[in-house]
Design a protein around this ligand. Structure first.
Ligand code: SAM
Length: 342
């Protein structure tokens, strides 16, 4: 059938270009998260290619229409290339996207439900009770991947200078840190604490799979209410990664920091790592994560402290900051090396 050009109708120039790319980027972020979750990103990273017709994952068939659409979207984003014979290989942006996969999984799978309801949640009348939902298993996995780039190597470097006998990880998420640290030496006892049942399930399963139950325990508890307890209080290293902001607002954070002093009187170090709130408006230099991290926490009503506010809380909470390390990934991330103030 002949297709007629429209005449006399004003052309919509914005259907391509910057604003159109914002729309497609949202779709690409979802596609990237799914590609990671389906194990296909890892397969391309290790095997170099996947064939669209045979892209099952762990024996589970993937719908071919969905897979084609995901790969087409990722091809638009230059993450993959799809050949005429339906072979999917690395695109020019694959390595960067692979390095950033945790950020996408955190945002899309972990916080997607929350972000998609932003308009509803923004109304004050809708912000009571359990007014939002997140997939905490995905948040834990995304956080682990986010930490792999710089946080974990920095931790290993700091821990190599300390005598780690018993380590407690507050907000342990997937449990990867306690597992890794316990695996490095048989003499180490490690304990992970998390408030989320999903995270505790995930971490406990990982510990059992690796047969580390003699050295690693996972406990379901609120790190803000820990008291002296012989099971945990002989720990000499305490870690707390990407959850310190859950201690805030200020007075509650100071109270928690003081309570941690009582719960862990033998602590040589409290190693706390978190992303701080930015203090200048977003611009062309804004890095990955910043906008997502700040919007997600604003939606949840969780206060994000600045670097300066953390400094005051440590002093008032009875901890001396021995060193501060600035991270590049995640940006605005800092690792605070704290000791009990005397
Ligand atoms: C962003 S995740 C970080 C997970 C892990 N620390 C990591 O580095 O991958 C934050 C974790 O802290 C947990 N969490 C939040 N508030 C908590 C609290 N008050 N007590 C214990 N865990 C808490 C959450 O359930 C979640 O698993």
């Amino acid at each position: 059938m002949p297709v007629r050009p429209t005449c006399g109708v004003q052309r919509a120039d914005w259907i391509r270009g910057h604003v159109a790319d914002l729309f497609s980027s949202y779709v690409a972020a979802a596609a990237l998260s799914a590609f990671y979750e389906l194990g296909l990103m890892q397969r391309i990273a290790t095997e170099g290619e996947i064939r669209l017709g045979q892209a099952g994952n762990g024996g589970q068939e993937i719908d071919s229409g969905v897979l084609h659409a995901i790969c087409n979207t990722l091809s638009w984003a230059e993450v993959v290339e799809v050949s005429e014979c339906q072979i999917v290989t690395r695109g020019p942006r694959f390595d960067d996207a692979f390095a950033a996969r945790g950020y996408f999984y955190w945002l899309v799978q972990g916080c997607g439900g929350l972000v998609s309801e932003a308009g509803h949640i923004a109304r004050v009348c809708n912000r009571t009770g359990n007014f939002y939902r997140r997939d905490m298993g995905a948040v834990a996995i995304g956080s682990r991947l986010i930490g792999d780039t710089e946080v974990e190597p920095l931790f290993d470097e700091i821990l190599s200078r300390l005598r780690v006998e018993k380590l407690v990880d507050l907000g342990c998420g997937s449990g990867q840190r306690v597992i890794r640290i316990a695996s490095q030496s048989q003499a180490r006892q490690c304990l992970g604490i998390d408030i989320s049942e999903e995270a505790v399930r995930l971490a406990t399963a990982a510990v059992e799979n690796l047969e580390l139950t003699d050295r690693v325990s996972i406990i379901h508890a609120d790190a803000r209410n820990l008291e002296y307890d012989p099971v945990i209080s002989d720990a000499n290293v305490i870690t707390c990664i990407f959850m310190g902001h859950d201690f805030w607002p200020y007075d509650q954070c100071v109270r928690t920091l003081r309570q941690l002093r009582c719960a862990f009187p033998m602590a040589d170090r409290l190693l706390m790592c978190d992303v701080v709130r930015t203090t200048s408006p977003a611009d062309a230099d804004t890095a990955i994560f910043t906008l997502g991290f700040e919007l997600v926490h604003a939606l949840m009503g969780v206060y994000l402290p600045t670097l300066e506010e953390w400094g005051r809380a440590f002093a008032d909470g009875g901890w001396t900051c021995m060193n501060i390390y600035e991270l590049k990934a995640p940006s605005n991330g800092f690792l605070f090396e704290l000791a009990l103030a005397t």
